[in-house]
Design a protein around this ligand. Structure first.
Ligand code: SF4
Length: 310
């Protein structure tokens, strides 16, 4: 890869230079993080000029399987195929950046990790035999070495620009690592815990969202995940026993942490300890099973009754 610089970043991590080949790919995800990149309307032309986007299915029909100078990967590892693909992508990438709560913490789909996998498969799919899925949805770092992570659900697009800029100039990226609380103080947002008596994960969550939820008068859901060294147990105990919220039921406190980054070790430990796992009973899927063609291919709906369209 001729575009890769030979000098490492000050962090000791790889740098890139010239006009790097950039890829954006998805695994198990909703595409929201990719759409956040496309939302950078004022910066998109400059980005396309500075970087060669060789793979970005949401933006271009141009396809590439690598090599990549920088590869952004959205989504968790949820199927055997993805577990194989991420190893190939890692080998094809100079710098691997995982983007979003799915890729960095497992995302919403990782909540199934605490549940009975087969029961879920039968509750969701009428013919689970045709669906390959792993019992646990995991962050990408569980499978391969990751160079950088951008958190959030979705990510903050300007953090992505900052990271690309830092990589091409050989400096350390300036990514925020404080709590959402500090963002509220800077922006003059009234604390929802104190002012409204509502629980909020802001004290233990890494900022990067601009404190959107407290800015709208509701508690933080923890989309950017636990910040390093956060006293998650302390906050949970305070919500359960402290005077401000009047003492919430422990299971309700545990459930607060079972959200977008609920599979991150720090949040999950609180959910488990306080028995906050969702208790929804699972029923088999109500949809009709598909018809099977002689060769074993499933056919759903009208086509199964009328025969294939020509
Ligand atoms: Fe979608 Fe959130 Fe996952 Fe990004 S992190 S792909 S926005 S679910």
């Amino acid at each position: 890869m001729s575009a890769v610089a030979s000098t490492p970043a000050r962090s000791g991590r790889p740098t890139v230079a010239n006009r790097p080949r950039v890829g954006v790919v998805k695994l198990a995800s909703c595409d929201g993080c990719q759409l956040t990149i496309l939302d950078l309307e004022d910066e998109l032309l400059a980005l396309a000029e500075r970087f060669e986007f060789v793979e970005f299915a949401e933006a271009t029909s141009r396809r590439s399987s690598g090599p990549f100078d920088v590869l952004f990967v959205e989504g968790s590892i949820s199927t055997p195929e993805q577990a194989t693909e991420i190893v190939r992508l890692r080998a094809a990438s100079r710098v691997l950046v995982v983007i979003g709560a799915c890729a960095t913490a497992g995302g919403i789909q990782a909540l199934r990790t605490a549940a009975e996998h087969e029961a879920f498969r039968h509750a969701v799919y009428p013919a689970p035999a045709f669906v390959e899925s792993l019992a646990e949805a995991k962050p990408i770092a569980s499978y391969v070495t990751v160079d950088y992570e951008l958190r959030g659900c979705p990510i903050d697009g300007h953090q992505l620009i900052e990271l690309l800029t830092a990589l091409t100039t050989g400096r350390r990226p300036q990514l925020p690592d404080q709590a959402v609380c500090l963002e509220c103080k800077r922006r003059g947002i009234a604390c929802v815990v104190v002012a409204k008596g509502e629980p909020c994960l802001g004290p233990v969550t890494q900022t990067g969202c601009g404190a959107i939820c407290p800015g709208m008068g509701r508690g933080c859901y923890g989309c950017f995940g636990p910040r390093e060294g956060a006293n998650v147990d302390g906050l949970a105990g305070w919500y359960a026993d402290g005077p401000v919220l009047g003492g919430l039921a422990p299971a309700d406190v545990g459930r607060l942490f079972a959200g977008f980054t609920g599979a991150s070790p720090a949040f999950r430990a609180v959910t488990e300890r306080l028995d906050g796992r969702p208790q929804q009973p699972l029923r088999p899927a109500t949809a009709h099973r598909p018809e099977l063609r002689p060769e074993g291919v499933p056919v759903w709906g009208k086509e199964a009754v009328d025969g294939p369209r020509h």
